[in-house]
Ligand binder design. Structure first.
Ligand code: FPP
Length: 239
């Protein structure tokens, strides 16, 4: 049973195992991605109905650019199809879509579509659905450093002012709380350059289930597990 008062505010998910799921069935890898996109819809709905206000999904990493052209093409067409179909629905359900990552790496038509999707859904207050696209944690930190150096160079900022709270303002996630819970499917126990600054105190949950098989029940299991954890943030628990 879930305690509605102790839900995470922000869940981050590494949706892994699409390729292996397909291979296991003798299907091309892309079938796994197709099924994976359907799972995305279900998990977004569940997150909204539980009242969790932030969900971040690792949809395409900086490293994923090294995948075969054919697979990338398929993933991008899936993304476009998802946005085209889902954005009106997201808008109606008051879900705000936000994209983090180096969007300028994508073709012009995808960049325009991402902008359109964000604009259409900008008033959504029930849930922020954050898609990490061409995202890498180290790249995000370096980008923040470059932006801050620019401010210093212009004389707008003094290096003594560069504290944690200021640094956060230059990250893609400036308007979001840090993830409370990270879920990674498919049995891999790595963080793979995902939100590395933001996850300093995040609880990690790993499951062997492949992403296309990740159900609402599996999601609830992860949330129940989270609720059994004691979070101390470096303190002791005598208060
Ligand atoms: C990891 O599985 C998954 C990805 C790199 C892509 C994630 C994309 C989706 C779930 C579908 C599209 C998303 C949206 C938002 C429409 P993998 O290919 O690394 O699997 P493997 O480790 O078994 O090879």
């Amino acid at each position: 049973m879930l305690d509605p008062d102790r839900l995470p505010r922000h869940v981050a998910i590494i949706m892994d195992g699409n390729g292996r799921w397909a291979k296991q069935r003798g299907l091309p890898r892309v079938y796994g991605h197709k099924k994976g996109a359907e799972v995305v819809k279900k998990i977004v709905q569940k997150t909204r109905s539980l009242g969790i206000p932030y969900l971040t999904l690792y949809a395409f990493s900086k490293e994923n650019w090294q995948r075969p052209e054919k697979e990338k093409k398929f993933l991008f067409s899936l993304l476009k199809e998802y946005l085209k179909k889902e954005v009106p629905e997201l808008r109606q359900q008051e879900i705000r879509l936000k994209v983090i990552g180096d969007r300028e790496d994508f073709s012009q038509d995808i960049q325009e579509m991402l902008e359109w999707a964000e604009k259409e859904t900008e008033k959504g207050k029930k849930l922020t659905l954050c898609l990490a696209l061409s995202y890498g944690g180290r790249a995000e930190i370096l980008r923040a450093v470059r932006l801050i150096c620019g401010e210093v160079k212009k004389g707008k900022l003094d290096p003594s002012e560069i504290k944690e709270e200021l640094f956060r303002k230059f990250l893609y996630t400036a308007d979001m709380p840090d993830p409370d819970l990270l879920i990674r499917t498919s049995g891999e126990m790595r963080i793979s350059n995902f939100l590395i600054f933001q996850m300093a105190y995040t609880e990690f949950y790993f499951t062997p289930v492949y992403w296309p098989d990740f159900t609402e029940e599996e999601y609830i299991k992860a949330l129940e597990d989270f609720q059994r954890r004691e979070r101390r943030f470096g303190r002791i628990n005598e208060f």
